[in-house]
Design a protein around this ligand. Structure first.
Ligand code: G16
Ligand code: MG
Length: 220
Protein backbone atom coordinates (compact mmCIF):
# COMPACT_ATOMS: atom_id res chain seq x y z
CA UNK A 1 0.00 0.00 0.00
CA UNK A 2 1.04 3.59 -0.59
CA UNK A 3 0.58 6.37 1.94
CA UNK A 4 0.44 9.10 -0.69
CA UNK A 5 -0.11 9.68 -4.40
CA UNK A 6 1.76 12.47 -6.19
CA UNK A 7 -0.04 13.53 -9.36
CA UNK A 8 1.40 15.27 -12.37
CA UNK A 9 -1.04 18.01 -13.40
CA UNK A 10 -1.15 18.59 -17.16
CA UNK A 11 -2.22 15.38 -18.89
CA UNK A 12 -3.15 13.63 -15.64
CA UNK A 13 -5.52 15.74 -13.51
CA UNK A 14 -6.62 17.90 -16.44
CA UNK A 15 -5.76 18.73 -20.04
CA UNK A 16 -4.12 21.99 -20.95
CA UNK A 17 -2.08 20.78 -23.97
CA UNK A 18 -4.39 22.53 -26.38
CA UNK A 19 -4.01 25.84 -24.55
CA UNK A 20 -0.22 25.42 -24.51
CA UNK A 21 -0.43 24.66 -28.23
CA UNK A 22 -2.56 27.70 -29.07
CA UNK A 23 -0.31 30.02 -27.05
CA UNK A 24 2.97 28.72 -28.53
CA UNK A 25 1.40 28.73 -31.99
CA UNK A 26 0.48 32.43 -31.76
CA UNK A 27 4.01 33.26 -30.63
CA UNK A 28 5.60 31.10 -33.34
CA UNK A 29 3.37 32.50 -36.11
CA UNK A 30 4.29 36.04 -35.11
CA UNK A 31 8.00 35.10 -35.31
CA UNK A 32 7.56 33.19 -38.57
CA UNK A 33 8.66 29.91 -36.97
CA UNK A 34 7.11 26.63 -38.14
CA UNK A 35 5.22 24.88 -35.31
CA UNK A 36 2.71 22.03 -35.37
CA UNK A 37 0.92 19.49 -33.14
CA UNK A 38 3.69 16.95 -33.49
CA UNK A 39 6.30 19.42 -32.21
CA UNK A 40 3.81 20.35 -29.47
CA UNK A 41 3.67 16.74 -28.29
CA UNK A 42 7.41 16.95 -27.53
CA UNK A 43 6.66 19.73 -25.01
CA UNK A 44 4.70 17.46 -22.68
CA UNK A 45 6.03 17.72 -19.12
CA UNK A 46 8.94 19.90 -20.33
CA UNK A 47 9.57 23.28 -18.62
CA UNK A 48 8.67 26.57 -20.30
CA UNK A 49 12.21 27.57 -21.32
CA UNK A 50 13.08 24.04 -22.45
CA UNK A 51 9.87 24.06 -24.51
CA UNK A 52 10.93 27.32 -26.15
CA UNK A 53 14.32 25.82 -27.06
CA UNK A 54 12.53 22.95 -28.83
CA UNK A 55 10.37 25.43 -30.79
CA UNK A 56 13.43 27.53 -31.72
CA UNK A 57 15.04 24.49 -33.39
CA UNK A 58 12.94 25.57 -36.43
CA UNK A 59 13.87 29.27 -36.21
CA UNK A 60 15.69 30.98 -39.08
CA UNK A 61 17.97 32.94 -36.78
CA UNK A 62 19.43 32.78 -33.29
CA UNK A 63 17.80 34.57 -30.35
CA UNK A 64 19.55 36.30 -27.46
CA UNK A 65 18.78 35.30 -23.87
CA UNK A 66 16.75 38.51 -23.44
CA UNK A 67 14.74 37.80 -26.61
CA UNK A 68 14.04 34.27 -25.37
CA UNK A 69 12.78 35.62 -22.05
CA UNK A 70 10.47 37.99 -23.95
CA UNK A 71 9.11 35.20 -26.18
CA UNK A 72 8.45 32.95 -23.17
CA UNK A 73 6.72 35.82 -21.37
CA UNK A 74 4.60 36.56 -24.43
CA UNK A 75 3.52 32.92 -24.67
CA UNK A 76 2.73 32.81 -20.96
CA UNK A 77 0.50 35.91 -21.20
CA UNK A 78 -1.53 34.30 -23.98
CA UNK A 79 -1.61 30.97 -22.09
CA UNK A 80 -2.80 32.58 -18.85
CA UNK A 81 -5.63 34.31 -20.72
CA UNK A 82 -6.69 30.94 -22.15
CA UNK A 83 -6.57 29.33 -18.68
CA UNK A 84 -9.34 31.72 -17.63
CA UNK A 85 -11.64 29.57 -19.79
CA UNK A 86 -11.12 26.63 -17.42
CA UNK A 87 -13.78 25.82 -14.82
CA UNK A 88 -14.87 22.93 -12.58
CA UNK A 89 -16.42 21.46 -15.76
CA UNK A 90 -12.82 20.63 -16.79
CA UNK A 91 -12.49 18.21 -13.87
CA UNK A 92 -13.67 14.77 -15.01
CA UNK A 93 -16.01 12.66 -12.86
CA UNK A 94 -13.43 9.88 -12.90
CA UNK A 95 -10.67 12.14 -11.51
CA UNK A 96 -12.94 13.80 -8.94
CA UNK A 97 -14.34 10.50 -7.65
CA UNK A 98 -10.92 8.84 -7.45
CA UNK A 99 -9.35 11.75 -5.55
CA UNK A 100 -12.24 11.68 -3.07
CA UNK A 101 -11.95 7.92 -2.63
CA UNK A 102 -8.22 8.15 -1.89
CA UNK A 103 -8.75 11.00 0.58
CA UNK A 104 -11.54 9.08 2.30
CA UNK A 105 -9.19 6.08 2.65
CA UNK A 106 -6.66 8.34 4.43
CA UNK A 107 -4.22 8.45 1.52
CA UNK A 108 -2.45 11.83 1.14
CA UNK A 109 -2.62 13.48 -2.26
CA UNK A 110 -0.07 15.88 -3.77
CA UNK A 111 0.78 17.66 -7.02
CA UNK A 112 4.18 17.31 -8.74
CA UNK A 113 4.05 19.55 -11.82
CA UNK A 114 6.66 21.36 -13.93
CA UNK A 115 4.22 24.23 -14.44
CA UNK A 116 4.54 27.66 -12.83
CA UNK A 117 0.80 28.00 -13.45
CA UNK A 118 -0.19 24.87 -11.51
CA UNK A 119 -1.91 26.73 -8.64
CA UNK A 120 -3.89 28.90 -11.07
CA UNK A 121 -5.09 25.79 -12.91
CA UNK A 122 -6.07 24.02 -9.66
CA UNK A 123 -8.04 27.10 -8.57
CA UNK A 124 -9.78 27.34 -11.96
CA UNK A 125 -10.98 23.73 -11.77
CA UNK A 126 -11.96 24.13 -8.12
CA UNK A 127 -9.67 21.62 -6.36
CA UNK A 128 -6.83 23.79 -5.04
CA UNK A 129 -7.60 23.02 -1.40
CA UNK A 130 -7.95 19.25 -1.86
CA UNK A 131 -4.18 18.66 -1.84
CA UNK A 132 -1.87 17.98 1.10
CA UNK A 133 1.17 19.25 -0.84
CA UNK A 134 1.76 21.20 -4.05
CA UNK A 135 5.21 21.03 -5.63
CA UNK A 136 5.40 22.84 -8.96
CA UNK A 137 7.51 25.00 -11.27
CA UNK A 138 7.68 27.64 -8.52
CA UNK A 139 9.71 25.59 -6.05
CA UNK A 140 12.12 23.68 -8.26
CA UNK A 141 15.41 24.53 -9.95
CA UNK A 142 15.64 21.44 -12.18
CA UNK A 143 12.80 20.27 -14.41
CA UNK A 144 11.71 16.66 -15.06
CA UNK A 145 13.36 14.21 -15.84
CA UNK A 146 15.18 15.41 -12.70
CA UNK A 147 13.34 13.95 -9.67
CA UNK A 148 13.43 17.24 -7.73
CA UNK A 149 9.72 18.11 -8.11
CA UNK A 150 8.62 14.74 -6.69
CA UNK A 151 11.31 14.64 -3.99
CA UNK A 152 10.10 18.07 -2.78
CA UNK A 153 6.46 16.89 -2.79
CA UNK A 154 7.38 13.85 -0.66
CA UNK A 155 9.39 16.16 1.61
CA UNK A 156 6.37 18.44 2.20
CA UNK A 157 4.30 15.33 3.02
CA UNK A 158 7.04 14.10 5.36
CA UNK A 159 7.19 10.74 3.56
CA UNK A 160 9.94 8.66 1.95
CA UNK A 161 9.71 8.19 -1.85
CA UNK A 162 9.04 4.48 -1.29
CA UNK A 163 5.75 5.38 0.47
CA UNK A 164 4.48 7.43 -2.49
CA UNK A 165 3.11 6.55 -5.93
CA UNK A 166 3.72 9.03 -8.77
CA UNK A 167 1.13 9.30 -11.58
CA UNK A 168 2.48 10.63 -14.89
CA UNK A 169 1.58 11.00 -18.57
CA UNK A 170 5.07 11.94 -19.81
CA UNK A 171 8.15 9.75 -20.25
CA UNK A 172 10.25 12.52 -18.62
CA UNK A 173 8.03 12.25 -15.53
CA UNK A 174 8.30 8.44 -15.34
CA UNK A 175 12.10 8.77 -15.55
CA UNK A 176 12.01 11.42 -12.80
CA UNK A 177 9.95 9.14 -10.56
CA UNK A 178 12.18 6.15 -11.23
CA UNK A 179 15.40 8.09 -10.53
CA UNK A 180 13.89 9.54 -7.34
CA UNK A 181 13.10 6.09 -5.95
CA UNK A 182 9.31 6.32 -6.48
CA UNK A 183 6.97 3.70 -7.88
CA UNK A 184 4.91 5.14 -10.73
CA UNK A 185 1.77 4.67 -12.79
CA UNK A 186 2.02 5.65 -16.45
CA UNK A 187 -1.03 6.82 -18.37
CA UNK A 188 -1.73 8.50 -21.71
CA UNK A 189 1.54 8.98 -23.62
CA UNK A 190 3.44 7.15 -20.85
CA UNK A 191 1.06 4.18 -20.70
CA UNK A 192 3.48 1.75 -22.33
CA UNK A 193 6.59 3.08 -20.57
CA UNK A 194 8.47 0.07 -19.20
CA UNK A 195 10.12 2.07 -16.43
CA UNK A 196 6.66 2.59 -14.90
CA UNK A 197 5.59 0.25 -12.09
CA UNK A 198 2.00 0.15 -13.40
CA UNK A 199 0.24 1.10 -16.63
CA UNK A 200 -3.26 2.48 -16.38
CA UNK A 201 -5.92 3.35 -18.94
CA UNK A 202 -8.56 4.81 -16.62
CA UNK A 203 -7.92 7.00 -13.62
CA UNK A 204 -10.08 4.94 -11.23
CA UNK A 205 -7.61 2.02 -11.59
CA UNK A 206 -5.48 3.98 -9.12
CA UNK A 207 -7.82 3.09 -6.26
CA UNK A 208 -7.04 -0.62 -6.55
CA UNK A 209 -3.31 0.03 -7.01
CA UNK A 210 -3.00 2.36 -4.03
CA UNK A 211 -5.18 0.33 -1.73
CA UNK A 212 -3.03 -2.74 -2.51
CA UNK A 213 -5.41 -4.79 -4.64
CA UNK A 214 -3.37 -4.87 -7.83
CA UNK A 215 -0.07 -6.47 -8.83
CA UNK A 216 2.83 -4.58 -10.42
CA UNK A 217 3.76 -4.83 -14.10
CA UNK A 218 6.67 -7.16 -14.90
CA UNK A 219 10.14 -6.42 -13.50
CA UNK A 220 11.13 -2.74 -13.81
C1 G16 B 1 3.44 21.15 -17.78
C2 G16 B 1 3.23 20.83 -19.26
C3 G16 B 1 4.35 21.34 -20.14
C4 G16 B 1 4.68 22.79 -19.79
C5 G16 B 1 5.14 22.84 -18.35
C6 G16 B 1 5.49 24.24 -17.89
O1 G16 B 1 4.02 20.12 -17.07
O2 G16 B 1 3.06 19.46 -19.51
O3 G16 B 1 3.96 21.24 -21.50
O4 G16 B 1 5.70 23.30 -20.66
O5 G16 B 1 4.10 22.36 -17.50
O6 G16 B 1 4.34 25.03 -17.84
P1 G16 B 1 4.30 26.59 -17.51
O7 G16 B 1 4.71 27.34 -18.73
O8 G16 B 1 2.84 26.80 -17.11
O9 G16 B 1 5.24 26.84 -16.35
P2 G16 B 1 3.34 18.99 -16.10
O10 G16 B 1 4.55 18.62 -15.32
O11 G16 B 1 2.23 19.57 -15.21
O12 G16 B 1 2.82 17.95 -17.06
MG1 MG C 1 2.09 15.93 -17.67
Amino acid sequence: NYQAVIFDLDGVICHTDNYHYQAWKQMADREGIYFDESINSRLRGVSRMASLEIILERAQRTYTAAEKEALAAEKNEIYRQLLMNMSPADLSQDVAATLRQLKDAGVKIAIGSSSRNAKTILRQIGIFDWFDAISDGENITRSKPDPEVFVKAAGILGLAPSACLVVEDADAGIRAAHDGGFHSAGMGDACGNDEATYSIIAFHELSDIVLGKRMQNGPV
